[in-house]
Design a protein around this ligand. Structure first.
Ligand code: GMT
Length: 376
């Protein structure tokens, strides 16, 4: 099949998932065309992969250059020039409406191409349902030829928030367990934790919804009881606040802000516990990648997180904001090696259920169904 994938190119979960999906499809012989405003961060070369950049022309009149229009036009060109069979857009805003526009333009030119929209999270729960975007989001979801959501929770949230007439299929996110596995990185661990301290980690885009302050406060409580280090990976609007808090709590020597990192499998290989206290998380792909490296997860019980983090088996779930409980659970896991190893095994076993080899065929089947129905 010739598939066009539209996604955000950044470190966010939807872009990572879309890139991993495209690369897995290309390895199976499909021709995959990525369309975005920058090369996606995890995109590596493969003969079946193409990358098309959306160039946004500026003009003195534009206070807000019209990205969506540029994207629709790029889609029209890419689909026509490369004879694509279907489009798969990740994150509804503005990708679904741009795909709708491209499909309708191409219809007028006698070319029919269906598009599939995958909903990822904040495109529904935060940004999407804001009145600024909601009518367009609802319309373009309903106009999609198929719609998927990355968790059961996100599917339910979508029906609650919008007048959706379409069936939403849940296809969970996946992980490459062969890549995300614990490997021996003792030299690296010794550099960060020379006295054998426990290493805790958090990965996110440091937005409010991630409750980064809770991460620091949980760590502070753990740190009071056991020698430990915290790795903060990623970047975003709350980073400065988090750094200030670390200074005010006098734990600077034990907290490292690493910024955006590509080799997450290596960092997770030296991590003992992953912290994800988010206000909402449709899925929590970063937690799944941690589990795949045998790292237990301390998280909130928000959104779709309970669909991957199993309380008492792969880690623990607490109410959003209950820093006390999260710290207590973290200490329970880290203080006893037998318990720690049981959780490590639980986390790895759970991640194997989301192995990419199980999930990619679900997307391929959906593509085939959509093409069959569309060509009827
Ligand atoms: O909003 C974000 O945190 C980024 C966002 C994205 O689309 O890049 O992440 C969402 O999609 C991920 C991949 O499906 C999920 O694992 C995240 O849980 C989800 N984030 C939220 O729901 C907050």
């Amino acid at each position: 099949m010739k598939i066009g994938i539209v996604c955000y190119p950044t470190f966010g979960g939807s872009g990572v998932l879309a890139t991993e999906l495209g690369m897995a499809l290309s390895a199976k012989g499909h021709e995959v065309h990525f369309i975005s405003y920058q090369q996606p961060v995890r995109l590596y070369f493969h003969p079946n992969i193409y990358y098309h950049e959306v160039a946004v022309q500026n003009y003195p009149l534009f206070d807000f250059p019209p990205y969506e229009t540029a994207l629709s036009s790029t889609l029209v060109h890419v689909i026509t020039n490369n004879n694509l069979d279907l489009l798969h857009v990740h994150y509804a805003i503005p990708h679904a409406s741009a795909a709708y526009f491209a499909r309708e333009i191409l219809k007028k030119q006698g070319r029919d191409i269906p598009f599939i929209t995958t909903l990822h999270g904040t495109d529904i729960t935060l940004v999407g349902k804001d009145p600024t975007y909601a009518p367009v989001v609802a319309f373009s979801i309903n106009e999609s030829n198929a719609v998927t959501a990355v968790s059961q929770n996100l599917k339910e949230e979508t029906y609650k928030s919008f007048p959706i007439e379409k069936d939403i299929k849940v296809i969970p996110n996946f992980v490459d367990v062969a890549r995300f596995r614990q490997t021996n990185k003792d030299h690296f661990k010794k550099m960060l934790a020379p006295m054998g301290e426990r290493i805790l980690a958090h990965v996110s885009n440091f937005r409010k919804v991630k409750r980064v302050e809770d991460v620091i406060r949980i760590f502070e409580k753990v740190h009071q009881q056991i020698p430990s280090k915290l790795l903060m990976i990623g970047d975003g609007p709350e980073r400065q606040h988090a750094e200030d808090l670390v200074r005010s709590l006098s734990i600077c020597n034990d907290v490292r802000f690493l910024g955006k990192q590509e080799q997450m499998d290596e960092i997770l290989s030296i991590t003992d516990l992953f912290l994800l206290p988010s206000q909402y998380e449709s899925f929590g792909l970063s937690a799944l990648e941690a589990m795949s490296c045998g790292v237990p997860v301390i998280s909130s019980n928000a959104g779709g997180i309970p669909e991957i983090n199993i309380h008492g088996k792969t880690g623990y779930l607490s109410e959003v904001g209950d820093v006390e409980d999260m710290a207590k659970n973290a200490l329970h896991i880290l203080s006893n090696n037998t318990i720690f190893n049981e959780f490590k095994e639980g986390a790895l076993a759970q991640a194997k259920g989301f192995e990419k080899a199980h999930i990619i065929p679900l997307y391929e089947k959906l593509y085939e169904e959509v093409l069959r129905d569309y060509r009827k």
